[in-house]
Design a binder for this molecule. Structure first.
Ligand code: NAD
Ligand code: IPM
Ligand code: MN
Length: 357
């Protein structure tokens, strides 16, 4: 029986994960597959209960599972803790320990949400792109230091990549592009960063194995602009850790809300992790306002990538589409015509739509 470790975390994490778990249980009911689902502590709640954002029990459970579903971590309560004791450290620790070097963040606009976006309809209609973010290297994991000098504090965050780390994520970019519209944009800052110049060389080397893929290089500042100017030019974007973090939050708005974007973190081992790209949204936590669809769509990605349950995965995606087509929205997506629902109601609507299919 596939084992799923569920880590609700902080802020809106428990609210959105509760709906996603109900969707998993509905899949069990409908299709007869069974999952072993167990919840573990992570992030701020884990700090409060155990003093450690990533307790050994949680890490071990994740290492022994087939897939991990994570809500979100972090919040103002823990913001003054030192870096290695913060809730976010748990997420970074999980990515590193589970060796999840790639993070897939699909950005697809739904026709019924076109009016919910802050961007013009003709710009966003038909957008279907995928950000592939490197997830276990770069400035997130480089050496850090803080020292006192005659100029006050001197602080360093260093950015390191090995050729091997670049090559495996870039290769995934090409492989994925081959299965899509065969267009790959590699995003870097090669006009300034040495690491980006090596990144570009590696991309050029790997490109020789994929002559059918139309490759382009784009500087990250330009990419940030192009994403809102003409997003339909993109198919697959491959980029390093921090650029991918920032560009994917920006790209989320093409869909109308950051509450719509799921992600899959996949690595070298069998276990993969699935989570919405957004955070713990402390400003709306505990009020039933959070959009659970990014987490529900992350479950759809889990079924596809970890369990090869393609039909069940599509069933979830179709149910989401049906509910949106019927005009239901959580507040983040609401326009004057929409029927505003709570987090829980949105979860229930998706489940009902799955049962009706
Ligand atoms: P955030 O993504 O939590 O929130 C940004 C804005 O988007 C807020 O206004 C929030 O209300 C809104 N939002 C986010 N998710 C939403 C949803 N599902 N439905 C409706 N609205 C939603 O980013 P932030 O405010 O910069 O960070 C808050 C905390 O979350 C920080 O502690 C940060 O470190 C953490 N964080 C965690 C993760 C993660 O666990 N994967 C990701 C990003 C940020
Ligand atoms: C994300 C988040 C994380 C990141 C933080 C919480 C460590 O923003 O998953 O996008 O920067 O990777
Ligand atoms: Mn982020």
């Amino acid at each position: 029986m596939p084992k799923i470790a569920v880590l609700p975390g902080d802020g809106i994490g428990p609210e959105i994960v509760a709906e996603a778990v109900k969707v998993l249980k509905t899949i069990e009911e409908i299709s007869g597959v069974h999952f072993e689902i167990d919840e573990y502590l992570v992030g701020g709640v884990a700090i409060d209960e155990t003093g450690n954002p990533l307790p050994a029990e949680t890490l071990e459970a994740c290492l022994e599972s087939d897939a991990v579903l994570l809500g979100a971590v972090g919040g103002p309560k823990w913001d003054d803790l030192p870096g290695n004791l913060r809730p976010e450290k748990a997420l970074l620790g999980l990515r590193k320990e589970l060796q999840l070097f790639s993070n897939l963040r699909p950005v697809k606009t739904y026709d019924s949400l076109i009016s919910a976006s802050t961007l013009k309809p003709e710009v966003i209609q038909g957008v279907d792109l995928l950000v592939i973010r490197e997830l276990t290297g770069g400035i997130y994991f480089g050496e850090k230091s803080t020292e006192i000098t005659e100029n006050g504090i001197k602080v360093t965050d260093s950015l390191t990549y090995t050729e091997k780390e670049i090559e495996r994520i870039v290769r995934l970019g090409f492989e994925t592009a081959m299965k899509r519209r065969k267009k790959l944009t590699s995003v870097d800052k090669a006009n300034v960063l040495e690491s980006s110049r090596v990144w570009r060389k590696v991309v050029e080397k790997v490109a020789a194995d994929y002559p059918e893929v139309e490759l382009s290089h784009m500087l990250v500042d330009n990419c940030a602009m192009q994403l809102v100017r003409y997003p339909k030019q993109f198919d697959v974007i491959v980029t390093e850790n921090m650029f991918g973090d920032i560009l994917s939050d920006e790209a989320a708005m093409l869909t109308g809300s950051i509450g719509m974007l799921p992600s899959a973190s996949i690595g070298t081992e069998k276990v993969a992790m699935y989570e919405p790209i957004h955070g713990s949204a402390p400003d709306i936590a505990g009020q039933g306002l959070a959009n659970p669809l990014a987490t529900i769509l992350s479950v759809a990605m889990m079924l596809k990538y970890s369990f090869n349950l393609n039909q069940e995965s599509e069933q979830i995606e179709q149910a989401v589409q049906k509910v949106l087509d019927a005009g239901y929205r959580t507040k983040d997506l609401a326009t004057t015509e929409s029927k505003i629902v709570s987090t829980k109601e949105m979860g229930e609507l998706v489940i009902q739509a799955m049962k009706d299919e």
